[in-house]
Design a protein around this ligand. Structure first.
Ligand SMILES: Cc1ncc(COP(=O)(O)O)c(C=O)c1O
Length: 370
């Protein structure tokens, strides 16, 4: 069965991991700093703080800008539940908003309707890697004094206009979990330009401790440290950073191959009866996943049909406003409710062979003719 996604990992990652083993320092240390500095260079960003998951990156970003139980955060309902859990973890209220049916990205006009005096942040999600309308969002943010916290879990390597995502917004959060554009095994990063917020996040990622472990222990093995703020044990380890370093070196080839696959899917699936494609910004996107919409209430049938053909598929994601735990925040969202019953994720990963791609296209074509 073809999976929907799979990391491309091998000897290069093992070589980097071995280097860390040889130093005997597995936790936060020089490999993490090297990974951060390589990302900084790649994105042309000011501050990069590597953490243990994309979820921690989002949590730290919201915590560092001072989100509390008095605040509201506008977020699309169609996203991974991590985007919402980090808001409720801080006791703030998620305000679910609509998406654009063509891109699954945040609907700017709908966002505007949901802003109140309690809105402290908006969290756009760059779906499948395609960038949201960042000019419009940053403009709203500047005018209304609202932070734009980008959930860029899908978009490491993507650009908006001629700038890399992460190089120009307020705060951008990436995920390096096993299936993301690059993986660290598990990992994430917060990227931003504000030095004060960056300093807060650096402390918060390691239990609010003022100096990081490397400096504490390496220099003079001092036992002294100050805890200066609420913090979490969210730092990245050298071990995970080692995997990330090997992956970063492969990112350009990952992007090129996955763009080619998306291009091929777009060419050969377009016009099939009952199947709608998303709008892709192919020159700028680092494609994370390939999602189509299956019309006429046939999505679940498509999943079973594809399975019989040996093609795995999935649904990313169930809308959050209908999740049991988030019922308190449930408001009708007609576009999202329609779309989440139609979306189908098809296989997309670097190591797919041409025969794998053909099997997906052939199976989808047969399904559309049934
Ligand atoms: C949109 C979105 N946000 C946040 C996350 C959380 O990232 P992580 O799995 O690294 O915690 C994910 C991961 O799937 C995601 O897809």
């Amino acid at each position: 069965m073809l999976p929907t996604s799979r990391p491309s990992i091998g000897e290069e990652e093992l070589k980097e991991i071995k280097k860390v083993f040889d130093t005997g320092w597995l936790g936060l240390g020089t490999t993490v700093y090297e990974f951060e500095s390589k990302i900084k260079e790649y994105l042309n960003a000011e501050h990069v703080i590597a953490v243990n998951t994309g979820t921690s990156a989002l949590h730290l970003a919201l915590d560092a800008i001072g989100i509390t139980e008095k605040d509201e955060v506008i977020v699309p309902s169609l996203t991974f539940c991590a985007s919402i859990q980090v808001i409720t973890a801080l006791k703030a209220d998620p305000v679910f908003c609509e998406i654009d049916i063509n891109t699954l990205n945040i609907d700017i006009e709908d966002v505007k309707q949901r802003i109140t005096s309690k809105t402290k942040a908006i969290m756009p999600v760059h779906y499948c890697g395609n960038a949201c309308d960042m000019d419009a969002l940053l403009d709203i943010g500047r005018k209304r004094k609202i932070f734009i916290i980008e959930d860029a879990a899908h978009a490491f390597g993507s650009s908006y206009k001629d700038k890399k995502i992460g190089s120009f917004g307020d705060i951008t959060c990436f995920s390096f979990d096993p299936i993301k554009n690059i993986t660290c095994g598990e990992g994430g990063a917060v990227v931003l330009s504000d030095p004060d917020i960056a300093e807060k996040i650096r402390k918060k990622r390691i239990l609010g401790i003022d100096k990081d472990t490397w400096h504490r222990y390496k220099e003079q093995r001092s036992w002294f440290y100050d805890v200066v703020t609420q913090g979490y044990r969210y730092h990245m380890s050298n071990f995970n950073a080692a995997i990330g370093l090997a992956q970063l070196a492969k990112l350009d080839s990952f992007i090129e191959r996955k763009r080619n696959i998306v291009n091929r899917y777009n060419d050969l699936l377009s016009g099939l009866e009952g199947i709608e494609l998303l709008k892709w910004d192919l020159d700028r996107v680092a494609p994370f996943s390939y999602i189509v919409r299956i019309l006429h209430n046939k999505r679940d049938g498509a999943i079973s049909f594809l399975k019989e053909k040996g093609v795995g598929s999935g649904v990313h994601y169930k809308a959050n406003h209908i999740q049991p735990y988030f019922q308190k925040y449930n408001k009708p969202l007609p576009v999202t409710e329609k779309v989440w019953n139609e979306i189908l994720t098809l296989p997309l990963y670097y190591d797919m062979s041409d025969a794998d791609i053909d099997l997906v296209i052939k199976s989808m074509t047969e399904f559309s003719k049934r």
